[in-house]
Design a protein around this ligand. Sequence first.
Ligand SMILES: Nc1nc2c(ncn2[C@@H]2O[C@H](COP(=O)(O)OP(=O)(O)OP(=O)(O)O)[C@@H](O)[C@H]2O)c(=O)[nH]1
Length: 634
Amino acid sequence: MKTLEHIPLNGELPSPKGVALAILELCRKDDATIAEVARIAQTDPALASRLIRQANSAAHGGGRPVASVTEAIMRLGMGTVRNLALGFSLVDQYQNGPCGQFDYQGFWSHSLLMGLAMQKFSNMTGAGASEELFACGLLAQVGRLSLATVYPVEYGRLLDGQDGVARNLVALEQEHLQTDHNELTAALLGEWGIPGALIEPIYHHEEPEHSGFSTGSRPYQLVHLFYLARRVADLGLAGENERNACTAELLLLGGRIGLDAEQLGATVDDLVQQWRTWGELLRVPASALPSFAHMSAAHAMRDEKSDGAAALRVLLVDDDPTTRCMMEGVLSGALGHAVVCANNGREALALAVETQPQIVVTDWMMPGMDGLDLARALRATEWGQTMYLIMLTGHENEDEVSEAFEAGVDDFLVKPVNVRTLRARLRAARHYVQLLEAWERDRAQLKQFAAELAISNRRLAHAAMTDLLTNLPNRRSGMNALAKAWAASSRFEQPLSVMMLDIDHFKRINDSHGHAVGDTVLRDVAQAIQQSARKDDSMCRMGGEEFLVICPNTDLKAAVQAAERLRRMVERLRIQAGETEIQTSVSIGVATREVGMTETDALVNAADRALYRAKQAGRNRSCVVVQGQMRCFP
Ligand SMILES: Nc1nc2c(ncn2[C@@H]2O[C@H](COP(=O)(O)OP(=O)(O)OP(=O)(O)O)[C@@H](O)[C@H]2O)c(=O)[nH]1
């Protein structure tokens, strides 16, 4: 880490003045006494009252309230008093400055909340002396103030261009100013005598995952606490629309130090209270915020609205209560999904049957049934095929990841889960679920279309082969039936007969009673043909008032009997058409397939000739022509 001499600077850095500077210098001496520090501090009434207030703060623990600066210094310790004096002095001196684009008041407002949060969280976790960490939180971004002081014009230009992402700002600072605010913060804190054990975590606090501190070590714990404190401060200054992203992330971060959604909410609400009180004392702005619970709930509602989709059903599976609690807080509290939780794979399987979740987020290592077995078990069921499975893993190992994908997992997340990543992955999952549901809807619709099409095709086919007036098969259909009967008769060497039937003097009926009555007569005669026909017979309307009856496996004698039965039946018909009762008759030509007939037309023509003879013979007759000889019945 660089010291101030290694950083190219061409202006005056922020530095404490007056009483604070004197305390700082005094504390550099090994033999400095509390009495000496107290004597100097008392000369600045504002500093004295702030020190007493800090010594009496809830964070410092119970006991009799202190009333004097000496007691305050005894309670706080000289190191902490020195840091507090430094911080308060800078706040007082740098309420405004030469850089037009730098928000000095906003900077101190943010720093104050960060300091308070650092004090609170360190107290809750036992990470270190909370007052000392208050001052460290307060000064954790002092490098930014320094850049605004040393390079007011260049830094202002740079702030204009940056998009608010800390990492981008660091890169821009390095590019244009050959240093960055974290580097400068660390160098200044070193200059002011803050211990290196605190400077290191402060230097890395914007990107704790890149700090390289070993998991569980004190610097690791501190760097994450600084990050958490910073995100609380970001929430304090965030606009209404940005608060949502902050609350979601805070829920996750809070989970890591064992705070559930309710506890975190209470902590943040309390911090905001303290921030407002201290804000008045230090004359920095600290605005009132809605309660944390309200901000999280508003987020859930907005998330749903902006995504235009309802909450998803999520099954969360983890045997670790802390992870489960924090993930549930984010999934349900911040992202607004309907979450059910299970302790292990077996419990999850039972819950999955019951709740049919759209998304399953499962830990890998669990007693009993682990995440992989759960994925396999779900994929083995029909209903589990379409669920979106997200696996939580401790680390990203290529073999393990491919094993997870083979077991049917759709995506994986490396723990500790970052809220931005979780949100992005859930967006992908939601997209998948929506596509799937749209596909299911389309499939159901297509099924319905196909069924309707089949019905309509059947109707069309029926219409194409049916005579619409009589509902009998039409000529085309009749010719198909005759071809089949002809083929069967050839195959089984069976006789085949046909009758050609024509209504007598039908024109007269039309002429005397009108076409509508003629139609009724056609329908009734068609019905009579159907009724008199045998099971294997088929018939059709050839056109006009002419019908064909096909009689498979029927010889001439049987065909003539059938024709006579039909003729008599029509003769007996009394057709009612309105007021009019019509009596009619038919002439029938009968023919049987004979040796030498090579095609169906020959048989139809023979029946046609016989019909002609029947008409000639006086109508209402059945006639048959066999080898040139005609016989008529009756
Ligand atoms: N109402 C009605 N009449 C039809 C239909 N199709 C044909 N016709 C009539 O049927 C009549 C057939 O008359 P013709 O072929 O002269 O024979 P006919 O009067 O039955 O006399 P014969 O066959 O010699 O006994 C014509 O007047 C056609 O207009 C129909 O669908 N409805």
